[in-house]
Structures are given as structure tokens and as C-alpha cells.
Design a protein around this ligand. Sequence first.
Ligand code: PHB
Length: 391
Amino acid sequence: MRFAALAFAAAAIIAAPAGAAEVKVGYISTFSGPDANLGIQMDRGFRLYQKLHPQVPGGHTLEIIQRDDTGAQPAVAKRLAEELITRDHVSLIAGFIFTPNAFAVMDVCKSSKVPVLVLNAGTAGVVSACDYAVRVSFSTWQAGYYLGEYAAKKMGKTAAIAYANYAPGKDYAAAFGEPFEKNGGKIVADVPMPFPAIPDFTPFLQKVKDVKPDLLFVFVPAGKWSTGIMKTYNDLDMRKAGITLIGPGDITQDSELPNMGDVPLGVITIHHYSAAGQRPENLAFVKAWKEAYGADSTPDFFGVQGYDGMAAIYHAVDATGGKIDADSFVKAMKGWKYDSPRGPMMIDPETRDVIHNEYIRRVEMKDGKLANVEFDTIPMVKDPWKALGKK
Ligand code: PHB
């Protein structure tokens, strides 16, 4: 037995191409607690890429060391990152549904010089917080800014903004509000809502109803948060009161639509991904997803971000010859271009943040199911927060 095992090990060593490395990646995300579904969707995309591409380029191998931050828990995320670096000796850390966790780990990124790949956390300033961070997901200002412009020009003159009161919510309020007012609109109510526990939205949306704006812009995290908003919007009869709900795609998350009844029908959002997108890369992605996870499952923006995140890791492993460190990782990722299911995307060589299309979409019934149907595209959007010199 012992001899056979040794012989097998020797054969494996001989079979591995010269210079092939095992790359250890720490992977911190939310897999339990009320927001677990967000991390599970992202993980499905992350793993689907590996399943469809079993061979890492260059003959290298990947060891993904997965850790659960359990929700918006920055202290937990920070401790996990420190452990992954000191005990497991990872050369890259990827993940983060929640902005506070990503910010906490950016401190570790700076002090340890271990690079970080952000797979969700959307607050504009996240990537600037460490020189060795790269983001494949989105910035709040990409969707928020163009929705502010679009809404003022085409949808109404007064708006209330209601948002989960933490970094991406405050970001979205500014990203939407500034262009909305610059284009002739007026923000008539600013309604922060508690975070991180999901609140009863009734008193907050009632405040909005009392002001009677044309539009209600909402940012809350996807998942149960967005379903709660839809329910309260409906319970308070706000549509009948003439108040049109809008927001980024978080409020009409593809995988959450089946839990929302028909309330979202007609809701216009802007975002970088819809499962109903018709480009060939997306049709293939959705097909592979359903084959892997069941005909009733659907990808969403978390899923595509996970998928593209693993594509980015493969690229970085290949481009660095399996030797990922802060400098080689950032060099490999700057200017990286990829034909994602979301459309073309690239990593801005100046900011290390993603550049991608933003789609204007309306929730419609498609083949008997609600879907975010894209009807207009703002091509290759650079984060306006950085382009406008915000700090
Ligand atoms: C974030 O914390 O950055 C975040 C979380 C959930 C979302 C979007 C952004 O749906």
C-alpha cells in the first residue's frame, strides 16, 4: 500500500508540468444567517466557472479555502482574513458580499500586502482603500448615477430616497440624488433605514407616502431585504398613490423575483446584469447554470460576479505563472478584458475597478415568469465616483 501510494504520488509529480504551482486562495463570503442566499448565489457562479473549466491554465492548481463571515460582520471578516494569511499562507483573498467586511479586510490588505479580489461589496471607495485590491463586481455609482439622470429626464420631477443606512446605501443616495437634481429633479425626502438587521419597512415607506413624490428610489441589499420592500410598497398601496418605485437591480434580484408575487411588474431598474440578457455568452451561462443547479434555479448579479471572479483568478494564475503576490496580481489584472455573460468587461488600469455596461431594464412577464428585460444600454461605464473626483 505504502509503495503504491508513493508510486502514485511520484507519478502525479511527474505528470505535473514543470513550474506548475498550487495557488492558495482564501475565500470569505456570507454562507449563513439571514443573508446567506446572496453568498450561496455567488458561490454557485464561482464554482460553475471551475466546473466548466476543470483545467487551470498553465497546469497550475487552485486550492480554495472557504470561510463564512455570517453576514455584515467586519470584525469576523478581518479575523478570518488574518487567519487565512498567517495560518494558511494564502496568496490572494477573494469574496465579500458586504461593504463593511471588505473595508475591514482592506486594512489587512495594506498591512500584509496580500492582494484582494472583491466579488460584490459595491461601495465606491472600497477598491481605493488598498493599492492591492481589484474589483470585478460593480460600484454603486455606476447604476445610481445613470438612474438619477434617467429618472429626472424621463420619469418624474420629485423623488424620495430610502436606503439601508450604511456605506453603500449612503453612496446610492448621493449617486442618485446629485444627477437627479442636476437634471431638474428635486429630492423631497431622505429616509435612512436601519442596518444590519432587516427592519419592518412600514414606518419608513409610510413617511415617503405622506410626502407623495413621483418616484421612490430604494437601495437595500438584495435577498430578503428587497422582498420586504416590495411587500411593504404593496401593502401601503403606494403604486395606486402614484409613487413609482425605482432603484438598482438589487431590488429586483433575478433569483428573488419568484418570491415577490406580481408586485415588481413594471419596475424600472439599472444594473450590470440580468439573467434575461440575450447575448450568446449569457444564454450559454444560464443554460449551464440550470444544468448544474436545476431548471427552476436562475443566476443573478451575485452569480455572474462569482463566475467572473473565478475567471479573473484563472487569468491571474496564468499571467503570473502561478506566482501571485500583490504586485504581480495587480499587474496581471490591470487592463484585463473579458467577455462576461453580463457583456464586455475590463479592469480599469487606473482605478483597478470594473468597467462594464449598465442596462436599463423593466420587470416583465417572460415565459410565465418575472424577468428583468433590458431595453437600453449605457456602454462601458467607468465608476463615476472616481471619474468625478469624489472622495
Ligand atoms: C454591499 O454591502 O456592498 C452590498 C450588499 C448587498 C447588495 C449590494 C451591496 O445587494
